[in-house]
Design a protein around this ligand. Structure first.
Ligand code: ADP
Ligand code: MG
Length: 675
């Protein structure tokens, strides 16, 4: 097709379809027009074929067509954008090869990294000092990093030309990564994308912030790699020069639920106990752990996120921590969840850094300058981040999780980049206890070696103890052995795909309202727990805090979602209470008083210990006065403590604690002194 013909066709198409939009855009100073490819193909298929074959040329023709119109303002630079490219032009990032060079394609992925917007020279004019000839050199042609000067003039002169002007565009680099639902265990491939002109405007900027999922249409070009010696390598890098960027909602992609599948979902939900059905099918190859599986199902459904009129947000995501003995199928469970969760990213705490988890500012190899790179939590936005071996993480790196878990955003301010990235991510973590294995004779709370601020952010913490028990061991053993004999033995009645869709569906479509009955139930439990430790003045334990109350609400909402119910009922509240109660009983129950004390997680001193500490301190003070000396024999303390129902063992225990905390010291054996 001749160029004139191409221009004529574009002109006709624009006149017919989007002339008003063009005028509007020009009046508002927007130098672009978006054409709908699906319309264009109805208009002229031959033109469309050529557009797909050599997009750069054809779009130039289209731009010339725009300039032929009688427009309200004179335009110098104008871009045509094409949306709705056909499915046949979709290329997976990992499949991009040299055969796609200069062809119009589109890719879909997650923005992993994004650089600053910087001006780029696309053309420069030079004057020849000998003959006065003006030479234009195109610069951004192939995105070569090197600034090109003319090599020789028609008059024969070589080198030393005078630069007279430069033409600049605003450009920005993205690194696009394959989305995880299109991967199966392979390392996600990445590709560099170049954006320019209106694609880097603030409105478009927001669409392509790191962590967001986008569809990018454009053509592949090759960039020569410049060697350190200044020469050119025979290898080329491929990049996508983008023409159109479209943000994708996670919802759009995940839910291709067919009517038949929806029927199946509704059938499961209408069953006797859908929570139990799902729990039984979520990880059929793992024996037992019934409560944990129920909790995981609720977690996958999630609570609802609430934005108040004053702008404060409470998260709906339920964070869950499994902490337990080695070989208790923690990793196995997490792996399985990463398969059924609608959008999940798996990392191991060992070797995970704060930057890799949240976000970082990195040197941009591609365009120079700095760029913002999203980490796991941000990339898993609106999905699940699964962190195994959390105890193996560095302290500093672990603390990076705080903001993401509660505020659901990641702020970063480094180099010249200040940004806040969204991180509505649910966290499932697993860790080993302090010494690798639980000591059955010590309190579980004392054996969790994670900072209280972090523990507090988990809605549910499940300890898994692997104690020998003949009956249970036999069941586990025959289960595991049978599975090895016949690997297909443990199949789930519900396919992984359907489970995934079930959770995607309830997360998007079900927003249950809490009924008064449910509120009443939760309130009663909460107040009951808060006031369980005797009357107000003598109470020394603080059973649960407002965080657990919010956890209760989220769990109740999740339970309603699982039933596809629009209301949270009393039964949902009871389910939530059952799970929270189970966890609190496991970790925070004081075996001596039978009371639950959430402070045990934070201060590592239980209510009983706390009261015996204060009693012993009183005894020491009393003895000091009575005996008139500073150095007090431990014997006397034990004697005095007996009268207050504190055993010798407890006294030694408390003295050890006091010694460690620096309250007392041991001037000689068998004697202590206050500091
Ligand atoms: P952890 O991460 O807790 O240290 P793993 O998840 O790596 O342990 O589990 C170790 C092995 O033990 C896995 O192969 C797992 O299948 C098996 N295993 C442990 N407990 C169970 C169980 N309850 N049901 C089935 N397999 C189990
Ligand atoms: Mg493990």
């Amino acid at each position: 097709m001749e160029v004139e013909e191409q221009i004529r066709l574009f002109r006709e198409f624009i006149e017919k379809n989007c002339y008003a939009e063009l005028l509007e855009n020009v009046r508002k100073g927007r130098a672009f027009l978006t054409l709908d490819f699906s319309e264009l193909i109805k208009f002229n298929t031959e033109l469309c074929e050529e557009v797909l074959e050599s997009p750069e040329e054809l779009l130039k023709a289209g731009e010339l067509a725009v300039k032929e119109f009688d427009l309200p303002q004179k335009i110098t630079k104008f871009a045509l954008r094409l949306k709705n490219l056909p499915e046949s032009q979709k290329v997976h990032i990992s499949d991009i090869r040299s055969k796609h060079l200069n062809k119009f394609i589109w890719v879909d992925g997650i923005v992993r990294q994004k650089s600053d917007v910087r001006p780029h020279v696309i053309a420069a004019k030079f004057e020849c000092p000998s003959c006065g000839n003006i030479i234009t050199v195109l610069q951004l042609d192939k995105l070569d990093k090197k600034y090109k000067e003319p090599s020789r003039c028609s008059c024969g002169r070589k080198g030393k030309f005078r630069e007279i002007s430069k033409e600049l565009v605003d450009g920005q680099g993205l690194v696009l990564e394959e989305a995880s639902d299109e991967l199966d265990g392979t390392q996600p491939k990445r590709i560099n994308v170049f954006l320019k002109d209106d694609l880097v405007s603030p409105i478009s900027e927001r669409r392509s912030s790191p962590g967001s999922r986008v569809k990018i249409a454009g053509w592949v070009t090759e960039v020569p790699i410049t060697l350190r010696t200044g020469g050119q390598a025979t290898k080329y890098d491929l990049i996508i020069e983008s023409n159109y960027v479209e943000p994708l909602q996670e919802e759009d992609i995940e839910t291709h639920i067919t009517p038949a599948e929806l029927e199946q979902i509704k059938e499961i939900a209408a069953g006797e106990n859908p929570l139990l059905t799902l729990a039984n099918n979520i990880a059929p190859s793992i024996y037992g752990h019934d409560k944990i599986k129920e909790a995981l199902v609720l977690q996958l459904a999630g609570g609802s996120r609430k934005v108040r009129p004053d702008g404060t947000v409470t998260r709906g995501d339920l964070h869950l921590l499994l902490i337990g003995d080695p070989g208790s199928a923690k990793s196995q469970l997490l792996k399985r969840i990463s398969k059924v969760a609608p959008k999940a990213r798996f990392t191991s705490g060992k070797g995970a850094t704060a930057a890799g988890l949240t976000a970082s500012v990195v040197k941009d190899e591609f365009l120079g300058g700095w760029s913002l790179e999203a980490g796991t939590l941000v990339l898993a936005n609106r999905g699940f981040a699964i962190i195994d071996e959390m105890d193996k993480m560095g302290k500093e790196d672990r603390s990076a999780l705080h903001e993401g878990m509660e505020q659901q955003q990641i702020s970063i301010s480094k180099a010249n980049i200040q940004a806040t990235l969204r991180c509505e991510t649910t966290i499932i973590a697993a860790a080993n206890p302090k010494f690798g294995r639980f000591d059955p004779y010590d309190l579980i709370a004392n054996q969790i070696d994670l900072p209280p601020t972090l523990l507090n952010r988990f809605d549910l913490i499940f300890p898994i103890k692997d104690l020998p028990n003949r009956e249970k061991d036999e069941q586990v053993a025959s289960f595991i052995l049978k599975m090895h004999q016949d690997p297909t033995a443990a199949v789930s009645a519900i396919s992984t795909g359907l489970l995934k869709k079930y959770f995607a569906y309830v997360r998007q479509k079900i927003e249950p309202k809490i009924t008064d009955q449910a509120i009443e139930e939760l309130k009663e439990y909460y107040i009951g727990m808060r006031n369980s430790g005797g009357d107000e003045t003598s109470r020394k334990s603080i059973p649960i805090t407002a965080r657990q109350l919010e956890a209760l609400i989220r769990l109740s909402e999740a339970s309603a979602r699982i039933r596809l119910s629009s209301t949270v009922t009393k039964q949902d509240a009871q389910k939530a209470i059952e799970l929270i109660d189970y966890c609190l009983n496991q970790i925070a129950k004081d075996s001596e008083t039978g009371q639950i004390d959430i402070d045990r997680l934070s201060s590592r001193i239980t209510a009983t210990q706390r009261s015996s500490i204060s009693i012993l301190k009183e005894i020491i003070n009393g003895l000091e006065e009575q005996m008139g000396v500073k150095v007090i024999p431990v014997e006397n303390i034990i004697e005095a403590a007996k009268g207050k129902n504190i055993t010798e063992e407890q006294v030694n225990d408390v003295l050890e604690k006091l010694r460690r905390s620096g309250d007392v010291f041991e001037p000689r054996k068998g004697f202590i002194q206050k500091l």
